[in-house]
Every structure is written in structure tokens, then in C-alpha cells.
Design a binder for this molecule. Structure first.
Ligand SMILES: Cc1ncc(COP(=O)(O)O)c(C=O)c1O
Length: 473
């Protein structure tokens, strides 16, 4: 295997941009992740270390979590119903995962912790548990137009109202207040951090606002949880949803944590085995507690690794964690802003670029389709990032990006060099243009005449077809 050299972005010496020891802190991963050293083949020949700037989609597994998985895998068995040794161990791991996750989010002792497939599933579950009075929905669900589809579409099946976010966070709070004052809102559904721009919403203030108007709040923490400690008791958040696969755990389990009354009275999310107290041929008495919504055999290893990942994240030194992430972010944003034709996108003019953002940066390059830039960065520079509309179609349209943009996202396994690699690739694009021909195949830009192959164990077919579900209309 030959290793290609990647030139650093000449205009962005980290020491010039980052004060004190920030360049050193951001220069190495904060926590080891599995796959950090994989080599990506380049279209023009040679390999480079894969620069993974797509953490916001799915983050690599923490090495500690991978080791834990190997440890528990031999004991993996069915949970709840097995009398055997392995079943008992698996059951205790699975049930204990609830307590670990409850602690991680600062849950109240009587909060339910329900394992789901992912954040999308968690929010759909909650949509089936909204309260009713005299057989009718007790109120509307209120949400902003900046939400990921996971926190938008589940509410469209119930009475709902949407609010267009203002150009500032302060203005957005005022717009939500005005809508809450209209009355008849049962739930405010809001993201903790935008998956498009990384801007953080003030969830404590929003929870207070919702409660003052007789509503509850659910926070979609799919993006926030991997980047900030959350305490739902302190912030008075009623429900919180997030996904293991974005929080450095493999297997894609998700979780919904929150107040038990609505959940115990709601429609069972998955009718079937385990969700019942007693079933008859034509009738059923449903269980309460997490079992009510966890019909069928659960994702034991998904829940276990999710819980283990939360322990690692909880043990991080918070100052160091934030310094690492915000140093990479400010270096990247500053570098992007210096590049001619590159525009960095944000929703709110008053979001603090340091404390008010997570490791997600959104941008576009004038004169190039976002998909073409992503294909070029992957093929010619071994940089992986996301393009498209990020399952947030209404927001992208409102930002004037109806055909999409690019998103670089990073986390505890990232290092400054990942950002340098992206900047170097973009700089080369501006300077010399594309170094290869690209064609559109199944709606995606791909390098023409691509003869690179996957490892022996992977099906050697490009993974583009159907791979961008949120890109199409
Ligand atoms: C803010 C936000 N909410 C929800 C989701 C959906 O997460 P999942 O695919 O794990 O259901 C995502 C995924 O990108 C997200 O970024």
C-alpha cells in the first residue's frame, strides 16, 4: 500500500489561529475510537488516513465500547424470559443499562427509560402517547421549522402547529412565546442542537416557557447528547430522545427518557410479546413501564453499548471536552471563511460561536454542487463528510439552499488534522479545480472510471444508490 502525502492548508497554521495550548489539545483525539486509522484509497492512487468528518450522521465506536462489546458478546442471549446463566447476565446488563442512561441524563428517579431503535423511533413513540381529554387530543404539538424530520414528521399525524425560527435565538423564543400564549399546546418539541448548523437551543429557558403555558417539552438530543452534558432534572425537561449510533456506540439503539404518566397511558409502540400483562384471543391487557413500548426481543447489545458509551462520555473532563471541540470548530470555521467562494451557514445571528455551537459546520462552495464537492473530497483527499439536505428540508429551503449544502461534523475521536485535510482539499479545488472526472450515477456524483475496490469481505458495489434518503424530494 502506498501512502499519499496530503499538504496542510498553507494559510491556516493552527498556532496562529488557536491560542495557548488549544492547538495541542485539538491536535489529538480526546478519546480513542475504533477505526481511527483506517486507510482510504484515493482515485489517483495511494491511500491516506480516512478523515472522518461525518460524526453527526453516525459516530465511530469508542475503543472502550468496542472492548466492552467483545467482553459481553459471549454472554449475549435472550433477555427477560430465559432462566439460563447467559440469559440472566444479558437481562441484568439490559435492565441496568436503563439506570446508567437515566444517570447520564440526570433523570428523575421515576422517569421511564425506554429503549427504541433510534431517535426517530423514540419521537414516534411519544407521538402515540400524547394526552387526551374526553377522547380528543388535549392540545397541539408545537415545533420549529429548523427541526430534523425525526422531530417534525411524527407530529404531523397529531394536532400540531409550526413556528418559523427567527434570525436570532432571542427572536425565536419570542415567536414560540407568542404561539404558546395562543393556548392549547400540550407539547413543545425542540431540538437540543441543529443537525444542520450545530447551533444550540436554550433548552432550560424553553422548558420554563412551555411549563408556564401548561405544556410539556421534548428535546431531540440526537445531536446535543454527543457534545454536551444534559441534565433533564436541572433543566426541567420532560422528555429526551437520543441515539446510540451518534453517541459512539454501534448497533443503533435509541432511547426515550421521561415522565411516566403519558407513557403508561399511551398506545403501546410495538404490539406483541413482552408488552402485555395478559393477552386473549380477542383482547389484551397491556403492561405498564418500559415493557409496554418494547414489544418483541429488544436490542440487548445496542442498549448495553449505548449505556457504556454514556459512562465514557460522562467521565470526560468537561472543560477539556469543550476546548477540544471548539478549537477544531473555530479553526475550521476560520479556515473556511478565508477561502474564496466558500460560505459558512448558520441560522441564528446571536448564537455564541464558542459555547453556543457543537462540532457541526455547514457550508457551500460557489460554483459547485454540494454532492460534487463531497465526492471530490472523498475520492481525491480521503475526507468523508455529508452533503444534501440533512433531513431538514424546510430549513434548507428557508436558508436558500434548496439543493443542499455540505456538513462537516466531528467529536471526541477527531483531531485538528481532519479539519486541515478538509481545508487543504477545498483550497486545492479553488486553486486547480477537480483533478478527476465525475459523473452522476443514481442521482449521486461519483468519480468516473473508478477502479478502487473495497476490502475482500465487503460487497464490491458502490454504496450510493438509495444512500441519501433525505436528498430526494
Ligand atoms: C437532530 C436529529 N434528530 C434526529 C435524528 C434522527 O436520528 P436517528 O436516525 O438515529 O433516528 C438525527 C439524525 O441525524 C438528528 O441529527
Amino acid at each position: 500500500m502506498t501512502t499519499a502525502t496530503v499538504s496542510p492548508a498553507v494559510r491556516n497554521n493552527p498556532a496562529d489561529v488557536l491560542a495557548g495550548d488549544l492547538a495541542a489539545i485539538a491536535g489529538r483525539p480526546l478519546s480513542a475510537v475504533t477505526g481511527a486509522e483506517i486507510q482510504a484509497p484515493l482515485i489517483q492512487g495511494g491511500h491516506v488516513r480516512y478523515a472522518n468528518l461525518d460524526y453527526g450522521a453516525s459516530a465511530p465506536a469508542l475503543s472502550v465500547v468496542s472492548a466492552y462489546l467483545n467482553e459481553i458478546l459471549p454472554f449475549y442471549a435472550s433477555v427477560h424470559r430465559g432462566a439460563g446463566y447467559a440469559s440472566q447476565i444479558s437481562t441484568s446488563v439490559y435492565e441496568n443499562a436503563r439506570n446508567i442512561v437515566r444517570d447520564f441524563v440526570g433523570g428523575r428517579p421515576d422517569d421511564s427509560v425506554i429503549f427504541t431503535r433510534n431517535t426517530t423511533d423514540s419521537l414516534n413513540l411519544l407521538a402515540g402517547c400524547l394526552p387526551h381529554t374526553e377522547g380528543r387530543p388535549a392540545g397541539d404539538v408545537l415545533y420549529l421549522d429548523i427541526e430534523h424530520h425525526a422531530n417534525l414528521l411524527p407530529w404531523q399525524g397529531v394536532p400540531h402547529r409550526s413556528v418559523v425560527a427567527a434570525p436570532t435565538i432571542a427572536g425565536t423564543i419570542a415567536a414560540l412565546l407568542a404561539e404558546l400564549q395562543e393556548g392549547h399546546v400540550s407539547l413543545l418539541a425542540v431540538t437540543g442542537a441543529s443537525n444542520v448548523t450545530g447551533e444550540i437551543l436554550p433548552i432550560r429557558a424553553l422548558a420554563a416557557l412551555a411549563h408556564e403555558h401548561g405544556a410539556r417539552i421534548v428535546v431531540d438530543a440526537a445531536q446535543l447528547a454527543p457534545h454536551r452534558r444534559i441534565n433533564i432534572s436541572a433543566d426541567d425537561v420532560d422528555y429526551l430522545a437520543f441515539s446510540g449510533h451518534k453517541l459512539y456506540a454501534p448497533f443503533g439503539a435509541g432511547v426515550l427518557v421521561g415522565r411516566t404518566d403519558w407513557l403508561d397511558a399511551g398506545t403501546p409502540h410495538l404490539a406483541g410479546g413482552g408488552a402485555v400483562k395478559e393477552a386473549k384471543l380477542d383482547g389484551v391487557s397491556w403492561a405498564t413501564g418500559p415493557a409496554r413500548h418494547e414489544g418483541g426481543s429488544p436490542n440487548v447489545l445496542g442498549a448495553a453499548t449505548l449505556a457504556r458509551a454514556t459512562q465514557v462520555i460522562a467521565s470526560l473532563d468537561q472543560d477539556l471536552w469543550h476546548a477540544h471541540e471548539s478549537a477544531i470548530r473555530s479553526y475550521l470555521v476560520e479556515g473556511l471563511q478565508k477561502l474564496e467562494g466558500v460560505t459558512v451557514h448558520q441560522i441564528f445571528a446571536d448564537a455564541d460561536p464558542g459555547t453556543g455551537t457543537i462540532g457541526v459546520v455547514n457550508f457551500s462552495v460557489a460554483g459547485y454542487d454540494a454532492g460534487l464537492v463531497a465526492a471530490y473530497l472523498s475520492a481525491e483527499h480521503g475526507v468523508g463528510l455529508r452533503d444534501g439536505r440533512f433531513c431538514a428540508h424546510p430549513l434548507l429551503k428557508r436558508l436558500g439552499l434548496p439543493s443542499g449544502s455540505l456538513r462537516a461534523s466531528f467529536g471526541v475521536g477527531s483531531r485538528l488534522e481532519d479539519a486541515e485535510r478538509l481545508l487543504a482539499g477545498l483550497e486545492q479545488l479553488r486553486r486547480t479545480g477537480l483533478g478527476w472526472d465525475y459523473v452522476v450515477d443514481s442521482g449521486r456524483w461519483v468519480p468516473a472510471n473508478d477502479t478502487r475496490t473495497y476490502p475482500d469481505w465487503a460487497p464490491n458495489t458502490p454504496g450510493t444508490a438509495g444512500a441519501a434518503p433525505c436528498l430526494d424530494d
